[in-house]
Ligand binder design. Structure first.
Ligand code: B12
Ligand code: SF4
Ligand code: SF4
Length: 320
């Protein structure tokens, strides 16, 4: 298909507010397959059984949709400055401070797919963000959008890593971009050293079962006693290995997307309130945000861990 169709897809992505867009065919890369299989083989997915179920498609993304010929991959910047919360209120990872990105991205990706097929006068498309079985970071790298940092994040050389990845699969054969082959981490290892739970078993390998993001969002069981003190004040998710990355320090800019902006701190429930919250209150407060995912019980568990960490961190009261 003409270079014009590719340029039109990228122009449409820009017009819809995406900061970067690249195109790849749906090849499967042997290194990524080996990395995924080694990761699953060591049980690093923990309770995320969907990672096992979805593995055949992750190994060969063409299995997601037999007609697919191209993947249009986009990045959406969600970075915003965020101060340490006051005592009694836990910290929420930046990606979850505003509206649920799955909803925002899905709508925007659908508009992108519609524009791509309208421009071509033919074709169909499907959209993916996070929840589907696609290897999104790998597709982003193949589409030329960045490299895998030692913290496993997809890092774009002018945006950093505070970006969501979205994918539009289409049956149109669009001209592919060159994959991003360079590794720009060099000798840096700040993310590996900063991780509070020592979750990286090696550069580029994250043992999810130790990651605060997994412990506070995906895990349904109790937080392991060994790790709970290291969770610190993270109530939901974790940004440490991204905050310390020089590519973010240098390039991260405030998001232009109003839907991702945080609601005022005073409107967030306190940790005590989270521990006591009913199912119904949880639904009312968190509907339409990413914090719905762990459910009331999950957030109450997280709040109890942070409260305990705050209690431990407070100096002993003086004897009276
Ligand atoms: C499962 C999952 C998690 C798990 C496991 C994360 C992990 N690193 O594997 C948990 C719950 C811990 C998690 C946490 C987070 N996640 Co998450 N997660 C996913 C999900 C659903 C699948 C990832 C996956 O397949 N993991 C398995 C590993 C093996 O694959 P991978 O990391 O994708 O790809 C690696 C391999 O291909 C490997 N690889 C390839 N070739 C080679 C070669 C060699 C030699 C080696 C060693 C490795 C290697 O390196 C790649 C990069 O790590 C994706 C969405 C999707 N559908 O892809 C989002 C996704 C990766 N998550 C995302 C985000 C935003 C986060 C958090 C930042 C949220 C937060 N603030 O709390 C953290 C970041 C933690 C971190 N440092 O990764 C974004 C990342 C965007 C980006 N710019 O990279 C994604 C893409 C969702 C999205 N659509 O935007 N996540
Ligand atoms: S998100 Fe936090 S806990 Fe997870 S790997 Fe990064 S620094 Fe470690
Ligand atoms: S902190 Fe350093 S090693 Fe880690 S991802 Fe960023 S550049 Fe790479």
């Amino acid at each position: 298909m003409s270079a014009g169709a590719k340029a039109a897809a990228k122009a449409a992505a820009r017009a819809l507010g995406f900061q970067a867009c690249g195109i790849t065919d749906l090849r499967s890369s042997p290194e990524a397959v080996r990395a995924l299989d080694a990761w699953l083989g060591r049980g690093m997915q923990g309770e995320m059984r969907y990672m096992e179920r979805q593995a055949p498609v992750r190994r060969d993304p063409r299995r997601a949709w037999a007609d697919a010929r191209s993947a249009v991959v986009v990045l959406h910047n969600y970075y915003q400055r965020d101060a340490e919360p006051a005592a009694g209120r836990g910290r929420v990872a930046r990606y979850a401070l505003g509206a649920d990105y799955h909803d925002v991205m899905r709508e925007r990706l659908t508009a992108l797919g519609q524009r791509i097929v309208a421009e071509a006068g033919a074709g169909s498309f499907r959209v993916y963000v996070d929840a589907g079985p696609l290897p999104e970071r790998e597709l982003a790298r193949l589409a030329g959008l960045g490299w895998f940092g030692k913290n496993t994040m997809l890092i774009h050389p002018r945006l950093g890593s505070f970006t969501f990845i979205g994918v539009v699969l289409t049956d149109l054969p669009l001209a592919a971009d060159a994959p991003f082959e360079a590794d720009r981490c060099g000798s840096c290892r700040r993310c590996l050293d900063a991780c509070p739970t020592a979750a990286f078993s090696a550069p580029h390998v994250l043992d999810a079962t130790r990651c605060i993001s997994y412990l506070t969002i995906e895990a349904r069981s109790a937080t392991p006693a060994e790790l709970a003190p290291r969770v610190g004040n993270w109530l939901f998710g974790c940004d440490v290995c991204q905050d310390v990355c020089p590519w973010n320090v240098r390039f991260a800019e405030e998001t232009a997307e109003p839907a991702y902006r945080a609601k005022p701190k005073a409107e967030w429930p306190t940790l005590e309130e989270l521990v006591r919250m009913t199912e119904r209150e949880h639904e009312e407060v968190f509907e339409g945000t990413a914090l719905e995912r762990p459910g009331r019980a999950g957030l109450a568990r997280n709040a109890a861990v942070v409260l305990e960490n705050e209690r431990r961190g407070r100096p002993e009261s003086p004897a009276v």
